[in-house]
Design a protein around this ligand. Structure first.
Ligand SMILES: NC(=O)c1ccc[n+]([C@@H]2O[C@H](COP(=O)([O-])OP(=O)(O)OC[C@H]3O[C@@H](n4cnc5c(N)ncnc54)[C@H](O)[C@@H]3O)[C@@H](O)[C@H]2O)c1
Ligand SMILES: O=c1ccn([C@@H]2O[C@H](COP(=O)(O)OP(=O)(O)O[C@H]3O[C@H](CO)[C@H](O)[C@H](O)[C@H]3O)[C@@H](O)[C@H]2O)c(=O)[nH]1
Length: 330
């Protein structure tokens, strides 16, 4: 297929691009490089340094794209609380601009990066409860609200056209793609995610590591998340591309179904890196949900998706290999 990847110079989009190319697809990337990196774009892949708002310049009726994978977005929960307008503009209005282009071009397929956090605290009362696609939605911050709005927009768009769309609701993406061609991994600036921040601290590259809250209603008082290896996430995109159906919007939750508390994650970071990793307790972070763990039974059943690296220690080991590689080249 000929595919447009928005946000393909970022963390997840670049790793999905690597898998799409390996599977023989033809890829073009649109990214404004506000957060992504030009060197994440493989040689020979047409690159359009453009805002998502200008996507119609690339996704034209004549361009012949068979599908779009839409990663371009603002992604930081805390920033979304302090600056919600940025999230409505980039994520919601940006996707409206994309849908206008998709409609005008008659593009048949769209895969969207949604998030498990659209459900908010649905499993808060029962930490063992896994979140299914039909669980109630109750986002706790504007970032997650923006993703839910887009899921709803896609449902409506498919209902009125031949577009086949899939929302992949990622739980917590982590790890890296290690390859002789060069490793790809997480290098957000500023970094907000637990695992890369803990690795920076373990490497001695960060003054202090702050643990946001230890008074939650969980066994050790810290929040619980479901970490999924980014390469397993990427594979789901290829399966979803083959699973779109005209006029239908489908949703799949992507996680391992294993909840790890923030304290457990820190312990695994200590094991993998051999560092002591001192922790400074800090207040709760605005907008955080308490327990977020996926049921991915639907993705396994309908897409045939099987995560290959479910162990948290393997996920963190790959992230650590990437961290050292990235540090070595900068
Ligand atoms: N990282 C996670 O754990 C996670 C979890 C759930 C969902 N997601 C979603 O997956 C997608 C990719 O996340 P990521 O971690 O790779 O983030 P990222 O920041 O590395 O990648 C996003 C890319 O979008 C680009 N971008 C941002 N605004 C743009 C704009 N206005 N126009 C064009 N390009 C723009 C950035 O330059 C960047 O390259 C996002 O939609 C995110 O919301 C991520
Ligand atoms: O320095 C840190 C960073 C994070 N945390 C805690 O670690 C947990 C995980 O936080 P992350 O920022 O790593 O991930 P989130 O769960 O907030 O991620 C959410 O936002 C992501 C986008 O940034 C994705 O959308 C993802 O699906 C969604 O779960 C939270 O309890 C957070 O408070 C810390 O204690 N210290």
């Amino acid at each position: 297929m000929k595919l447009l990847v928005t946000g393909g110079a970022g963390y997840i989009g670049s790793i999905v691009t690597r898998q799409l190319l390996a599977a023989g697809h033809q890829v073009e990337i649109l990214d404004d490089l506000s957060k992504g990196f030009r060197d994440n774009v493989p040689d020979g892949v047409p690159f359009h340094q453009l805002s998502i708002h200008d996507v119609a310049q690339v996704l034209t009726p004549d361009a012949g794209f068979d599908g779009v994978l839409h990663f371009a977005a603002k992604i930081a929960v805390e920033e979304s609380v302090s600056n919600p307008g940025l999230y409505w503009d980039t994520n919601v209005r940006g996707t409206l601009d994309l849908l206008d282009a998709v409609r005008a071009a008659g593009t048949p397929r769209l895969i969207f990066s949604s998030t498990g956090t659209v459900h908010g605290n649905v499993s808060g009362d029962d930490p063992s409860a896994k979140i299914t696609e039909d669980a109630p939605v109750a986002p706790t911050n504007p970032y997650s609200s923006s993703k839910l709005m887009i899921d709803l927009m896609l449902a409506g768009e498919c209902g009125g056209s031949n577009l086949g769309a899939v929302s992949l609701r990622y739980f917590n993406a982590a790890g890296a793609s290690l390859s002789d061609a060069g490793h790809l991994g997480e290098r957000h600036e500023p970094e907000t995610h637990l695992i890369p921040i803990a690795l920076q601290a373990a490497a001695g590259d960060r003054g202090e590591f702050f643990l946001f809250g230890d008074d939650y209603d969980t066994p050790d008082g810290t929040c619980i998340r479901d970490y999924i290896h980014v390469e397993d996430l990427a594979t789901a995109h290829l399966l979803a591309l083959d699973n779109t159906e005209p006029g239908q919007h489908k949703i799949f939750n992507l996680g391992n179904g294993n909840g790890y508390s923030n304290k457990q994650v820190i312990d695994v970071v200590r094991e993998v890196t051999g560092a002591k990793l001192p922790v400074t307790l800090a207040p709760r972070r605005d907008g955080d949900a308490v327990v977020v763990v996926a049921s991915s039974e639907k993705a396994r059943r309908e897409l045939g998706w099987v995560p290959t690296k479910p162990r948290l220690s393997d996920i963190i080991a790959d992230a650590w290999t990437f961290y050292q590689y990235d540090k070595g080249r900068s």
